[in-house]
Every structure is written in C-alpha cells, then in structure tokens.
Ligand binder design. Structure first.
Ligand code: PGA
Length: 247
C-alpha cells in the first residue's frame, strides 16, 4: 500500500509572516491520513521547523547542489537542508530545468546527493506543450526517467512527480485519461531503475486546486500531488489534502 503524499511547493514565496499559514496546515484538524509536506524557500526552513514542531507536517527543500559542501556561492547542499529540518527535497523542477539549465544528468547527481544526506528526492519530470503537441510526451517522460533516477533509488528515498510544463501555474490540466497514460508509463518505466517499482509514489503536479483535486486523485497510479500556488493558503491546501484522504 502506498501512503499518499500531498506536497506543497512554495517556490520563491513566503517570509516570516507566512509561518502562521504553515502552522494552520501543520495542525489541521482532523489530522490527515496522507503524508503532508511543505517545501518553503530555504530562508524559512529552520523557522518553519520550529513553528510546526510536534505536528506531522514534513518539510523539504526546493533544490540542492550535487556536492555536500564547497565553493558554490548561493547554492545550498543536501546536508544543509537536512540540518535545517528538511526530510525531502525537490530536484529537477521544470523551473530549475528552464531557469538554470538543469539537465537530466544534473538532476540525477542532485538526487544522489539527496539520498546520501538521508533525504527523500522528489524527482520532477514533464513534457512541454510543444512536445505534447508533437506526440512525444511518453518518449520525453521515459528519457527523463532514464536520465534522472540515480542508482540506489527506491520507494524509501524517491518520489516521482509528473508535472506537464504547460500545466504549471496555467490553470490548465491534462485530461484524466492523459494523466493515467503518463502515470502508467512511469510505473512501467521505473521497473528497470528501482527494485520496488510498485511501491514508488508517483505525484501529479500542475494546477492542482481544491476544485479538481478529487477528479485527479481518482486516477489510477496517482499517489498524491505536488502543488504550487494552491499550497500557499491553508484553506486551499487543506481542501486538497482532504480530497487525497478521501480518495
Ligand atoms: P502550480 O505549480 O500548482 O502552481 O501549477 C505546481 C508546481 O510547479 O509544482
């Protein structure tokens, strides 16, 4: 049985004023059955860890460097995230791939670094709109998986997030049958890369909202969501978590 996961990605949003919102998410009543994770900006990690202590909320980073330490101005390493209170880290988000030119090989190195630091790596993949229009979605997904998953990956240290680039922040989502097709393809494709493909959680991400969450969570092989905009408000994220619990 795969434990469902609702992961919030705050991206470059949030200051100390938003810790109250994180507390509302952390101490929601009733307590969720699903795992709930917030990935705040790194500047908030330690303060958020303090303010949600005693709750089931887990915290994650949004990226990490492939090296544990060194002369890399502005970067943050996986051991630093773990030290700050993170248990997870997102790697290969499409905004990192496009804004910072991250390749599959870089994402794999980051996931390896996350594992070495004891963090769960949430490895993001997804096609662009041009790739979908060209009928290349499944090929792109398979290639990204083949390039981004490091040796030693498994359900205990790795989550896959399918995020179509064109669905992120756009209010558009693929049809349920399209999500099902990709998630089924991911489940099959990871069989060669992990020892326990049936146990690995596969999240959908891209414009998940309270209004579409139940429909998305009813799709086979959708084990939760990676949520951007709708994770910033406890009311919206709480409704998504409730839909995941009910699925
Ligand atoms: P969105 O972002 O929910 O705002 O579309 C999802 C993501 O980028 O993880």
């Amino acid at each position: 049985m795969r434990v469902k996961l609702a992961a919030g990605n705050w991206k470059m949003n949030g200051t100390g004023n938003d810790l109250a919102e994180a507390r509302k998410i952390a101490f929601a009543s009733p307590a969720p059955r699903s795992e709930v994770l917030i990935c705040p900006p790194a500047t908030l990690l330690t303060r958020m860890a303090d303010s949600v202590m005693g709750s089931p909320l887990r915290l994650g980073g949004q990226d990490c460097h492939a090296e544990p330490a060194g002369a890399h101005t502005g970067d943050i390493s996986a051991p630093m995230l773990a030290d700050a209170g993170a248990t997870h880290v997102i790697v290969g988000h499409s905004e990192r791939r496009s804004d910072h030119g991250e390749t599959d090989a870089m994402v794999r190195a980051k996931a390896r670094a996350a594992h070495a630091a004891g963090l769960v790596a949430i490895i993001c993949i997804g096609e662009t709109e041009a790739e979908r229009d060209a009928g290349r979605t499944l090929d792109v997904i398979r290639a990204q998986l083949a390039g981004s998953i490091p040796e030693g990956a498994g359900a205990a240290n790795t989550v896959i997030a399918y995020e179509p680039v064109w669905a992120i922040g756009s209010g558009r989502t693929p049809a349920p049958a399209e999500i099902a097709e990709v998630h089924g393809t991911i489940r099959a494709a990871i069989a060669g890369a992990v020892a326990d493909p049936g146990a690995v959680r596969i999240l959908y991400g891209g414009s998940v909202k309270p209004g579409n969450a139940a429909e998305i969570f009813a799709i086979a092989d959708v084990d939760g969501a990676l949520v951007g905009g709708a994770s910033l408000k406890a009311a919206d994220f709480g409704a998504i978590v409730a839909a995941l619990d009910a699925a």
